[in-house]
Ligand binder design. Structure first.
Ligand code: HPA
Length: 266
């Protein structure tokens, strides 16, 4: 960990990020709009070699609306075969770099039939359906406690702020519970039916590991899903990755505006 943090500090000098952002599917180019210092995951000691396609796999340090921000352009997914430790390591690094607030974004399927693809959903809580936990293993007491409380992983005040901004910008949003699966296969209609009965509103293959670790090490979290499709069985049409990318692309501009305004206000 020290090796990683020292390596990054050497590259960024006295730049001290206070906000971290994990950019999900289709949102990666948010990071391209700013003057920045970029560090490829492949160059960072302690980061796994990244093979993410369509993502750049780099940390981007930039000043956004007067705030110092570190962005993850591309993330490690559990379904790619990375360990939970690898998936969540960047969150611990952000904490060590001084980040206080983490914005986690993703693409997700709508479990609730009343939600519409293209809506954003502010995550109020989650259900970890990945069958494992990123905190399993020896605890690092410098980061957090062995048995962390999970009563408010997604900070209520950040959701209220984000809602206000969405309303000001005329962006249609929902609020709800995100269910995480490992992927990479999409869910069956029976699984989605079950998730709905359990109180889930959206489903996806990321975010929960990072949110668990962020909460554990005392970061405030805002989670935003871009609802890219109806989950299996909610509508008749079969799912495909192409549809996910297409919807994410359509929503991209308003999503970026919301992020940018949130960074200004937080
Ligand atoms: N299921 C799981 N992950 C997803 C989906 C989905 O329907 N859409 C985008 N990511």
């Amino acid at each position: 960990m020290n090796l990683t943090v020292n390596f990054i500090r050497e590259k960024i000098g006295d730049f001290q990020p206070e906000i971290g952002i994990i950019l999900g599917s289709g949102l990666g180019d948010f990071a391209d709009s700013f003057d920045s210092i970029k560090i490829s995951y492949n160059d960072i000691p302690g980061f796994e070699k990244s093979n993410v396609q369509g993502h750049k796999g780099q940390l981007v340090f930039a000043e956004v609306n007067g705030k110092k921000v570190v962005m993850m352009q591309g993330r490690y997914h559990f379904y790619e075969g990375y360990s939970m430790q690898t998936v969540t390591y960047p969150v611990k690094v952000m904490k060590k770099l001084g980040v206080k607030t983490l914005i986690i974004t993703n693409a997700a399927g709508a479990v609730t039939p009343e939600f519409t693809p293209g809506d954003l959903m502010f995550i109020t809580d989650h259900i970890n359906f990945m069958g494992t936990n990123p905190l399993i293993g020896k605890n690092d007491d410098t980061l957090g406690t062995r048995f962390p409380d999970m009563s408010e992983v997604y900070a209520k005040d950040l959701i209220i702020k984000a809602q206000g901004i969405a309303e000001d910008l005329n962006i249609s949003y929902q609020k709800g519970v995100y269910v995480s699966t490992t992927g990479p296969s999409y869910e069956t209609p029976a699984e989605i039916h079950m998730f709905r009965l359990l109180g889930g509103n959206a489903v996806g293959m990321s975010t929960v590991p990072e949110a668990i670790v962020a909460n554990y090490c005392g970061l405030k979290v805002l989670g935003i899903s871009c609802l890219t499709n109806y989950a299996a069985g909610v509508s008749e049409t079969p799912l495909n990755h192409h549809e996910v990318i297409e919807t994410a692309d359509k929503v991209k501009e308003s999503f970026k505006n919301l992020l940018s305004e949130f960074i200004k206000q937080v």
